[in-house]
Design a protein around this ligand. Structure first.
Ligand SMILES: Nc1ncnc2c1ncn2[C@@H]1O[C@H](COP(=O)(O)OP(=O)(O)OP(=O)(O)O)[C@@H](O)[C@H]1O
Ligand SMILES: [Mg+2]
Length: 265
């Protein structure tokens, strides 16, 4: 019999569906994975949880509009009068058979796709054009990318040739019962007091598109619940953790306050 030590180091993640099985299938088969979904809905937590569960190191890169291929693969640096090659996070992840997570990948510069394409099809090869090295990714290596379709900018859409190299999972805010579990567990507030927060979130999310760019995230609900669990009054907590982060518009703030009154009375 094999005894497995309990793994206390795996970050808590409450699944919404079969995403954990899909991740494992992607990893076993060496397929890259694309996570789509709004801000604060659990994408990063899911990746951290799965990386710990399968026991692979995780390299996370927050992509931005200046991020170039060299930032990912590496560059020559001048050290003591000598030029020396320094691996970037993607190269390190490939060499170690680790997981590389490119957060908000659509933000990255175009030249990044040139690097990703041979790595995300059946070649699974990273080409270091500067050194001429070609690294075949070992079985443990996995590439994960995420983006928020809500902020899609026509100029920054992923090309079909890139999208069609990834398995994809759509994330959304969890169903109420799941979200109550998540918020209670993350904040320490008891489930009975989390329930109205999640009900409020449902009402606010119904406004999305009309007055709000994006609905209230699970992350903000965790913030609000954390303040309330620490003894802050519900009104003050919701002002700081929900109303102000969601909008600067006075009319929309009034509409949100009305929703709070409707839920809390
Ligand atoms: N299913 C879940 N299980 C556990 N915690 C969750 C879950 N969903 C959301 N959370 C909580 O919400 C917080 C925000 O989630 P996370 O950072 O994963 O969002 P994200 O989708 O990566 O957002 P962004 O696109 O802004 O990076 C987490 O720190 C965690 O407290
Ligand atoms: Mg994230």
């Amino acid at each position: 019999m094999t005894l497995h030590a309990p793994r206390f180091d795996v970050p808590f993640y409450q699944p919404a569906g079969d995403e954990c099985a899909l991740f494992e299938a992607a990893h076993i088969n060496g397929l890259p994975l694309l996570l789509k979904g709004p801000t604060g809905c659990g994408k990063t937590r899911f990746v951290e949880h799965m990386a710990a569960r399968i026991g692979r190191p995780l390299y996370t890169v927050a992509c931005h509009d200046d991020l170039s291929a060299s930032d990912l693969i590496g560059r020559y640096l001048l050290r003591g009068g000598q030029t020396e090659w320094a691996d970037g996070p993607l190269t390190r992840a490939v060499r170690e058979g680790a997981i590389c997570y490119l957060d908000e990948v659509v933000e990255a510069r175009r030249d990044v796709t040139v690097v990703l394409h041979p790595l995300t099809d059946d070649r699974r090869t990273l080409m270091l054009d500067r050194t001429g090295e070609e690294i075949k990714a070992p079985p443990g290596f996995m590439l994960i990318a995420s983006y928020n379709p809500g902020y899609q900018n026509v100029l920054k859409r992923l090309k079909p040739s890139t999208r069609q190299r990834f398995l994809s999972i759509s994330f959304d805010f969890p169903a109420p019962a799941v979200e109550i579990t998540v918020v209670a567990r993350e904040s320490g507030l008891d489930a009975a007091r989390v329930k109205p927060l999640v009900r409020l979130a449902g009402h606010i999310r119904a406004l999305t598109g009309m007055d709000l760019e994006e609905g209230v995230s699970t992350r903000l609900l965790v913030y609000a619940a954390t303040l309330i669990a620490g003894g802050m009054g519900v009104d003050r907590a919701l002002q700081a953790a929900v109303i102000e982060p969601l909008t600067d518009e006075p009319d929309v703030q009034v509409a949100l306050r009305d929703l709070i009154t409707a839920v809390y009375g």
